[in-house]
Design a binder for this molecule. Structure first.
Ligand SMILES: Nc1ncnc2c1ncn2[C@@H]1O[C@H](COP(=O)(O)OP(=O)(O)OP(=O)(O)O)[C@@H](O)[C@H]1O
Ligand SMILES: [Mg+2]
Length: 361
């Protein structure tokens, strides 16, 4: 149970440090994560990280988006103090990951990519083991565990063996174990890998409400673009061990280029003079006339639309339908990484591995 071992390492090390007051520095702290020039070379040859610079502001949900093997897990292991970098350094919640690893472990919740709960124990029993590892006093354990299970929506299932849980319930239980210490920053490595859309949404609903209640910084790895799009305040794109760009979803999409307005018109409805006028509307970059549609490329389609509609109306062109398309994160990935981000392939392998562990095989 590789994931569990890693969790134990992180949690146990920090248990005795839980009384540290981090409030004073966390309110002043500029970055929850501040990584500079991180290089990681495995076995002297495999360069998993190739000079990572990354800053995440406190209280944000940050998604590290990248394909299989791009270095997401390696970076997360360095940030959670499980691995030392080969070069460079990183601060997490104001502490150096190598010199002050103990302090960081008391502030960090971590849910590994691999399964980190026992399938032959109940949800409650799993939580109890983690509570003991984290050094939570015995008189406080039951209430804390019950509250955590309630918060994550597992109260009704807490006495059932985990092997009877769905994949989404298991993931929520793993997240509940990480939340036992009320972490200042939560690291989630592929939090919804292998889950169906309903289970993914249930996991994110719980994470979103936890984040809202506690203002915790959330750092998650994913190769689901829609997940990064929906839930992240900011995104970093990683490819071959390098962060190739960061920003909000809107900023990244804008950086790809304009939005596209498609106006379906009656044929022959748009003449050359009208086209020229549309070209002159604020924010419009270009226009293209098809058989029965006019495509308008604009920096901001919403700004351009009223002006375009007015001109078409005045020219007598009948607009039957308007649609708007924006660049997707896949377009962003293509622009910066020079390739499409595929989410197939090894996803099924990971899902299979998780199932194998669950069966105890
Ligand atoms: N313990 C290790 N020893 C040697 N090479 C490793 C080790 N762990 C990872 N690597 C290599 O480092 C690179 C980055 O791996 P990492 O697991 O960090 O990527 P990832 O982005 O998390 O991938 P995935 O999406 O599949 O989880 C890969 O080429 C991987 O094979
Ligand atoms: Mg990984």
């Amino acid at each position: 149970m590789e994931g569990l071992r890693l969790s134990l390492g992180g949690a146990a090390g920090g248990a005795h440090l839980k009384n540290i007051s981090c409030h004073a520095f966390s309110t002043l702290m500029e970055f929850a994560v501040d990584a500079r020039g991180i290089v990681k070379v495995y076995e002297k040859t495999s360069r998993a990280l190739d000079g990572v610079d990354l800053q995440v502001r406190p209280g944000k949900v940050f998604a590290l988006l990248g394909p299989n093997g791009s270095g997401k897990t390696t970076l997360m292991r360095i940030l959670t103090t499980q691995l030392p970098p080969t070069e460079g350094h990183a601060d997490v919640m104001g502490h150096d990951t190598v010199r002050e690893s103990g302090a960081i472990r008391g502030l960090v919740g971590y849910v590994p990519q691999e399964m980190s709960v026992w399938t032959d124990l109940s949800g409650y029993e799993n939580m109890l083991i983690y509570a003991k590892i984290y050094g939570i006093p015995s008189e406080a354990r039951r209430r804390l565990i019950d509250d955590s299970l309630e918060g994550i929506g597992l109260s009704d299932a807490k006495d059932r063996l985990v092997r009877s849980y769905s994949g989404g319930m298991i993931r929520r239980l793993e997240i509940a174990t990480a939340l036992l210490i009320s972490p200042k920053i939560l690291f989630l490595d592929e939090p919804t890998i292998g889950l169906d859309p309903v289970a993914r949404k249930a996991v994110w609903d719980k994470l979103t409400s936890f984040k809202k209640d506690f203002g915790t910084t959330v750092f998650f790895n994913t190769h689901y673009m829609d997940e990064a799009d929906l839930y992240a305040d900011e995104i970093g794109i990683i490819s071959r061990g390098r962060i190739i760009t960061t920003g909000t979803v809107a900023e990244l999409k804008r950086s790809v280029g304009g939005e596209v307005l498609v106006l379906e018109t009656e044929s022959n409805g748009v003449d050359a003079a009208t086209l020229e006028m549309v070209r002159g509307v604020a924010s419009v970059r270009d226009v293209a006339l098809g058989e029965s549609e006019l495509a308008v490329i604009a920096d901001d389609a919403e700004t351009a639309l009223p002006g375009v509609m007015r001109i078409l109306g005045n020219s007598g062109a009948m607009v039957r339908k308007v649609s708007m398309s924006a660049p997707t994160l896949d377009d962003v990935f293509l622009k910066y990484a020079g390739t499409r981000l595929e989410s197939g392939g090894r996803l099924s392998d990971v899902s299979r591995v998780r199932k194998t562990i669950r069966r105890g095989g």
